[in-house]
Design a protein around this ligand. Structure first.
Ligand SMILES: Nc1ncnc2c1ncn2[C@@H]1O[C@H](COP(=O)(O)OP(=O)(O)OP(=O)(O)O)[C@@H](O)[C@H]1O
Length: 290
């Protein structure tokens, strides 16, 4: 496993560890089609107004999907300043699962929020699939978060009054996916995460692990290029947490996405291709296991 921000073998990520759980076929595989997110056939990004309206950018083999350059974020409250990120740089490649590790307060959430366009840094640049995240106007960020990036949060973030299927359908409605296509995609996604028998259940009728599976399916709905998961197992027991990480590991493979996963659970680190360790807003070298 690679453990350094720049320690990447060109042409593909490090070979991940095997996972016990495998997802059901997505439909694309059955039809002999390429993965839902085809990172080998990118289209070039054009102007900012068109950014994030569909797959674009740097999916060429060997090229990074995510480029983070000298990212700095300072929180200010009155005279008090907290430097949450100190000129952090790294790259993430198509198909990589990167674990971002660090103690509470080390800057993991802050980093993911800047990469995902949920917040703006004080300085530095982020590019995702050719889209200049840190330079996009709010409308471009909205489209980017809808079409290019899928988010998974510790608290699942499901809408309580909607069924599992309806929750997964929310991003598809936002992207105006036609009804028939939407229904088919929802079915494929819920099967992929092992919830085909729970489509009509509401979040409160599901276990924590099942709720997070719905959230994973929802995050994948619009075939994102990048998955951002902030402590996705933080509210789960260790066994369920590991199953969710195995699910993420599997969907990163089957869907061809890149994933950035913040966690401070050491037992989950082994499933990652690469580990980036944050300490007080900066990356520190991770000891390589003997
Ligand atoms: N909105 C904010 N205003 C002021 N300080 C903040 C804010 N958000 C985060 N911080 C501070 O920035 C630093 C990094 O916080 P961040 O939430 O990114 O860490 P983290 O590694 O994700 O922590 P945790 O594992 O507890 O979620 C911390 O010192 C935190 O107190």
């Amino acid at each position: 496993m690679n453990t350094q921000p720049g320690n990447h073998t060109p042409g593909g990520p490090a070979q991940p560890n095997a996972v016990a759980w495998q997802p059901a076929a997505t439909g694309n595989e059955q039809a002999g089609k390429p993965p839902a997110t085809d990172v080998t056939h990118p289209q070039p990004a054009t102007d900012p107004a068109q950014h994030a309206t569909g797959p674009a950018g740097t999916g060429d083999a060997g090229k990074p999907l995510v480029v983070v350059e000298r990212l700095r974020k300072v929180y200010r409250s009155g005279p008090k300043e907290v430097v949450a990120l100190r000129d952090v740089s790294f790259e993430a490649y198509p198909g990589e699962l990167i674990a971002i590790r660090g103690r509470s307060g080390s800057g993991k959430t802050t980093l993911l929020n800047q990469v995902g366009g949920l917040d703006r840094p004080d300085s530095g640049h982020v590019t995702v699939a050719g889209h200049p995240v840190t330079e996009l106007p709010e409308s471009g960020l909205l489209a980017l978060r809808r079409d290019v990036i899928g988010f998974i949060f510790q608290s699942f973030g499901l809408i309580p009054v909607l069924s599992a299927a309806e929750n997964v359908g929310v991003p598809l409605r936002l992207s105006r996916t036609p009804v028939a296509e939407r229904e088919e995609r929802i079915q494929i996604l819920l099967s992929m995460v092992g919830l085909e028998k729970h489509v009509n259940q509401r979040p409160y009728e599901l276990s924590g692990g099942q709720q997070q599976r719905v959230a994973v399916a929802r995050a994948l709905a619009n075939r994102p290029r990048l998955l951002i998961a902030d402590e996705p197992t933080g509210q789960l027991d260790s066994q369920t947490g590991r199953q969710i990480m195995q699910l993420l590991r599997a969907v990163v493979r089957s869907e061809g996405v890149t994933a950035l996963v913040a966690t401070h659970d050491p037992s989950l680190i082994t499933l990652a291709d690469r580990v980036l360790e944050l300490h007080d807003g900066a990356f520190t070298p991770v000891p390589t296991p003997a």
